[in-house]
Design a binder for this molecule. Structure first.
Ligand SMILES: Cc1cc2nc3c(=O)[nH]c(=O)nc-3n(C[C@H](O)[C@H](O)[C@H](O)COP(=O)(O)OP(=O)(O)OC[C@H]3O[C@@H](n4cnc5c(N)ncnc54)[C@H](O)[C@@H]3O)c2cc1C
Length: 451
């Protein structure tokens, strides 16, 4: 039995801790925040709740396996099973075409065939190639310990290919819409396709093969079940405690540094961004961190169109609307992710021409009550998350006062920015974001019929 320290209490850390404890190790988990969950932590305000980050996942076997191998199966914990989503997401393009992406090869072929003759087969050829790649990667990469000196040749051939996903998609698809759909999971995850390897496109195959799944009750429910599992397995969970480094002696991790001193360990699991721990940072200095989106948690009052569980308005800015969450009677909770030409300030988002144009044209398109779109201002009532208290901005200067609805705020995961916060220095310029794979810019005609 080893003493194992797990750093980070997000899905990765909690899953590792539960599995290691079941194997008989003595596990201590450190979490910097006052509660477990990381990106899965929900948001709540004024009777609304929103999934803070993820609201669905792709390979249900991973979650089922975790529960089965660390105690009771998930179906018994949830009392009902995971919910498959009939449509993974809906893409809306500037040319007003719509792709409702289902799972399953045959259904995807039919969907793309509707978009244009021959496109279904093009898509199938692309995903079939990814299926072969997945077989190799699953066996030798995702389900095997990483031994860089002893990689099978077929895996090395895949990893050593220098082609970026951007190039691969440009080469494979003449139709920008297919390239955009194929690259979307990566773009939405905060990656620049020019920096992502071609094999990362395998996500499109996973979507086709396994579909998208939701936890009844939201990801917060899953987080709570996992927290209970840690208690059952007697994992020592230390909240509100950030690990500042891994102590390495003789080439081995022997402890972690915490504000109360060193905690000895036979093994350390790092389930946080390694850039945060100086001993590990040098191993990832040549990698690019994924950029989280600007997030707005909206509580909406009035008539709202029924939309798919994820609706993507392609363009720049790229806007993803997730209508999950719970709301008081007669109201609706939406989460909106924005990327590209967008401000971190949610109030400004509603007023900024590009964001507003995209949302407004989409709203108009879905026959939303015209009062909602009036004058580019916020809908009649939009409350997002908790009201953020005034605080000094990044430069240490006191916040500028600004006329905006105080209950509206935007946030990047792990850090909340009040609406008056300054633009962070690390935020990429909008020109750094690919414009949905150069999707042709065609402004929507105001007279086009609504769908
Ligand atoms: C807005 C958004 C939407 C997403 N949507 C989806 C989706 O729909 N489907 C999907 O599959 N994935 C989605 N993802 C990705 C998914 O949420 C993440 O991949 C996953 O939750 C990451 O889990 P993690 O444990 O690696 O990290 P995190 O969830 O980030 O957890 C890390 C934890 O470590 C803690 N921590 C950090 N530093 C320290 C330290 N020094 N000491 C101690 N603790 C520390 C943090 O407080 C945090 O709780 C989304 C992500 C975001 C941001």
């Amino acid at each position: 039995m080893a003493r194992v320290v797990v750093v980070g209490g997000g899905f990765g850390g909690v899953a590792s801790a539960a599995r290691l404890a079941k194997l008989g190790h003595q596990v201590t988990l450190f979490e910097a925040a006052p509660e477990l969950g990381g990106a899965m932590r929900p948001e709540a305000a004024e009777g609304f709740t929103w999934d803070g980050g993820p609201d669905h996942f792709l390979v249900p076997a991973v979650v089922r396996d975790l529960f089965r191998k660390s105690g009771r199966p998930l179906e018994k914990e949830l009392e009902i099973d995971l919910e498959p989503l009939p449509v993974i997401r809906e893409h809306r393009f500037r040319d007003r075409t719509v792709v409702r992406l289902p799972s399953g090869r045959a259904d995807q072929i039919a969907t793309f065939e509707e978009l244009g003759a021959g496109l279904g087969q093009k898509w199938a050829d692309y995903t079939d190639e990814l299926g072969e790649l997945w077989t190799v990667m699953r066996q030798h990469y995702f389900e095997s310990p990483w031994r860089p000196d002893d990689l099978p040749r077929e895996l090395r051939d895949i990893i050593d290919r220098r082609e970026s996903l951007y190039k691969k998609l440009r080469r494979t698809f003449k139709d920008d819409r297919l390239a955009t759909v194929a690259g979307h999971p990566l773009v939405a995850g905060g990656h620049d396709l020019r920096n992502a390897p071609a094999w990362a496109g395998v996500l499109a195959y996973l979507e086709q093969c396994f579909g998208a799944w939701r936890v009844p009750g939201g990801m917060a429910h899953l987080r709570d079940l996992l927290a209970e599992r840690l208690a059952t397995r007697e994992v020592d969970v230390v909240l509100d405690t950030a690990v500042s480094d891994v102590v390495v002696r003789g080439g081995r991790a022997v402890a972690v540094s915490t504000p109360t001193g060193e905690v000895p360990a036979d093994a350390v699991v790092c389930a946080v961004d390694p850039r945060r721990l100086p001993a590990l940072a040098r191993f990832v200095e040549r990698t690019m961190p994924a950029m989280p989106p600007v997030i707005a948690y909206l509580g909406l009052e009035g008539e709202v169109p029924l939309i798919e569980h994820e609706t993507v308005i392609q363009g720049n800015p790229l806007i993803v609307i997730r209508p999950g969450g719970t709301a008081p009677e007669g109201m609706t909770a939406w989460t909106v992710h924005g990327r590209g030409k967008i401000s971190e300030d949610c109030c400004a988002c509603w007023r900024a021409p590009r964001w507003t144009c995209a949302i407004r044209s989409w709203l108009a398109w879905t026959r939303l009550r015209s009062t909602w779109c009036a004058s580019g201002a916020a809908p009649p009532r939009a409350c997002c998350g908790r009201a953020a208290a005034p605080r000094a901005n990044d430069s240490g200067r006191p916040p500028r006062s600004r006329a905006c609805t105080p209950s509206v705020r935007t946030r990047r995961r792990g850090r909340a920015w009040p609406t008056w916060a300054c633009r962070p220095r690390s935020w990429p310029r909008s020109s750094d974001q690919p414009d949905a794979l150069n999707c042709r810019r065609r402004s929507p005609s105001p007279r086009s019929p609504p769908t």
